[in-house]
Design a binder for this molecule. Structure first.
Ligand code: FEO
Length: 170
């Protein structure tokens, strides 16, 4: 059985994962409208992944006898100054999500809820990967700078990143 405190923080995380999905969906739309098909594919995939993160938490909360709250859908930003700016927002958002996961892990220890602690380890690992991926993509964007040819190659390149994300990571 989940404690009230544990239930509250898990429900907050459910909302955060739902919001993340919306943010990346908005980034997908922006990229697609700019003709960056590869980036759009990456963002659509990422949005789906975040929804899976939300669902995984919902199922866990219900399994443990809690009541998961399906969050409202908030409208995210839908304009971005540049590709670089967009990925910078993505990275800082993931850093924020990691901090939130760490805080929940901390609560699970204080509540002596070792089942939740065990479950949350998956999110801890996932966040390491997500932050690393965002940093890799940003490094590539910084290397390209304003080179249009480089941007074209980058857009193609990012498709292979999408292809390499295995289903079990989602
Ligand atoms: Fe589910 Fe990217 O955090």
């Amino acid at each position: 059985m989940l404690s009230d405190r544990m239930l509250e923080v898990l429900n907050k995380q459910i909302k955060l994962e739902g919001d993340s999905s919306q943010i990346y969906l908005s980034m997908a739309v922006w990229s697609e409208n700019k003709g960056m098909e590869g980036v759009a594919q990456f963002m659509y995939g990422h949005a789906d992944e975040e929804r899976q993160h939300m669902l995984k938490l919902i199922r866990f909360v219900n399994e443990r006898g809690g009541k998961a709250i399906v969050p409202d859908i908030a409208m995210p930003a839908n304009e971005f100054d540049s590709l670089k700016k967009m990925f910078e927002i993505l990275l800082s958002h993931e850093v924020f999500v990691s901090k939130s996961i760490n805080d929940i892990v901390h609560v699970s220890l204080e509540e002596r809820d070792y089942a939740s602690n065990n479950f949350l380890q998956w999110y801890v690992s996932e966040q390491i990967e997500e932050e690393a991926l965002a940093r890799t993509v940003l490094d590539k964007i910084n290397l390209i700078g304003d080179d249009k040819g480089g941007l074209y190659l980058f857009d193609n390149d990012i498709k292979s990143i999408v292809a390499n994300i295995s289903p079990e990571q989602q």
